[in-house]
Design a protein around this ligand. Structure first.
Ligand SMILES: NC(=O)c1ccc[n+]([C@@H]2O[C@H](COP(=O)([O-])OP(=O)(O)OC[C@H]3O[C@@H](n4cnc5c(N)ncnc54)[C@H](O)[C@@H]3O)[C@@H](O)[C@H]2O)c1
Length: 369
């Protein structure tokens, strides 16, 4: 009789064995460094092992940080231990590098904006399908607390259906740093912050976009938009205003959302704000109320009697950016679908294309995205 000994490796190593994924970074500037620090601190399942950057000083810094410094993308791809590549270069390199890395057998996490336009992304997604490699965009702003609050209000119908959402970020720095000022590199605010706000809005309102208007301004940049507003109309009747300013000296609320039964406001990234909900819809003496402005009366804009509404705190929410990478790993292992789905990224890029087209033609773009 033959004996066979079955060894439980989890038991031998005293617990659940966790696979450690090796990740390499292409483009080790501000954001590449952020990923490196955050992964080291917060994602034990991933180890950053190496870096490629076109600047020698960043390669030197990588070495000082205990990382391999590859001298080319080919050398990085040839490193068999690397399973995931993070691409955090200026935007115009995202598509060619993603394609090269996936063809080289790597899964890819790509910074936003994923590509310069939708057709380019379609090419990238084709390669992901062909190679079977996971390709995902780092739309990290889906985990920002201000957004999670707004999504919570809508998903849980705390104020009923939204009909108008304003999603904006406003600053007054009046400058775009480095490559962000160049058209060739995919600079400008539509690509930079706009893409986050568009992605957030389209993940919030689950309906096709049927009309897009873009109003871009070049206040101090000679090549790219440094301020913009975009209006999206959705098939279900919801409208959204998306705004990014770098020349605004009196900022408005981060979010203002009007719903059937109330209004929500999130003032800032600290998530100050409130909801006001209709509590009594009966006609409580509105008839006699008229407001007189300097030049005339208005009945429509008379203030609502206070007792007919209630003021509520914003909902408490939990959000952890680490869940982004945990989901990427689960997708690589085939355990979960990606949270940031490639098809969603493609819809976002199509809206970006429509914003540029609308600005160029001066007309809104009818669509079904
Ligand atoms: N998701 C977010 O919250 C967030 C925030 C900031 C930036 N980003 C994105 O990250 C990317 C990088 O932005 P950043 O602020 O780190 O810019 P950065 O200029 O600080 O860093 C870019 C780095 O890429 C290197 N580089 C340039 N061309 C390269 C190439 N062909 N191959 C290899 N390296 C190259 C540069 O030398 C530099 O070190 C952009 O796509 C940007 O939109 C995302």
């Amino acid at each position: 009789m033959e004996w066979c000994i079955i060894v439980d490796v989890n038991f031998v190593f005293g617990g659940i064995l966790e696979m450690s994924y090796k990740l390499a970074i292409i483009g080790f500037g501000g954001m590449g460094n952020y990923h490196f620090d955050q992964i080291k601190e917060r994602i034990p399942e991933i180890e950053v092992v190496g870096v490629f950057d076109v600047r020698q000083e960043r390669l030197d810094y990588a070495k000082e940080s205990g990382l391999k410094a590859y001298t080319s993308v080919d050398e990085l791809i040839a490193d068999k231990e690397v399973q995931i590549v993070l691409i955090s270069t200026p935007n115009d390199f995202h598509a060619p590098l993603s394609i090269k890395c996936m063809r080289g057998g790597k899964n890819v996490v790509c910074e936003k904006p994923v590509t310069m336009n939708a057709p380019e992304l379609e090419e990238v997604l084709k390669v992901s399908k062909e190679t079977g490699k996971v390709f995902v965009v780092h739309q990290n702003r889906r985990w920002d607390k201000d957004y999670v609050i707004i999504k919570n209000i809508l998903d849980n119908k705390l104020l009923g259906r939204a009909f108008y959402v304003e999603n904006r970020v406003q600053g007054s720095k009046r400058s775009l740093e480095g490559w962000r000022g160049f058209k060739l590199n995919g600079g400008g605010m539509v690509y930079d912050w706009g893409i986050h706000l568009i992605d957030q809005t389209m993940w919030l309102i689950k309906s096709p976009v049927v009309d897009v208007q873009g109003h871009l301004a070049r206040m101090f940049s000679t090549e790219v938009d440094d301020n913009f507003k975009a209006f999206l109309k959705f098939e279900d009747g919801t409208s959204a205003l998306i705004e990014v300013s770098t020349n605004c000296f009196i900022p408005q609320a981060r979010w203002h959302m009007m719903c059937e039964d109330g209004t929500a406001i999130v003032e800032d990234w600290e998530c100050n704000g409130k909801m006001v909900r209709l509590s009594d819809d009966r006609d409580l003496g509105w008839e006699d109320q008229i407001v007189y402005t300097v030049a005339g009366p208005t009945r429509t804009m008379a203030p609502r009697p206070r007792e007919t509404t209630e003021e509520l705190s914003l909902p408490e929410v939990k959000s952890d950016w680490a869940d982004y990478y945990k989901n990427v790993i689960a997708a690589i292992e085939g355990r979960e679908e990606l949270i940031v789905k490639p098809a969603e990224s493609l819809r976002v890029m199509k809206v970006v294309d429509a914003i540029f087209e609308s600005d160029k033609t001066g007309h809104s773009v009818a669509c079904h995205i």
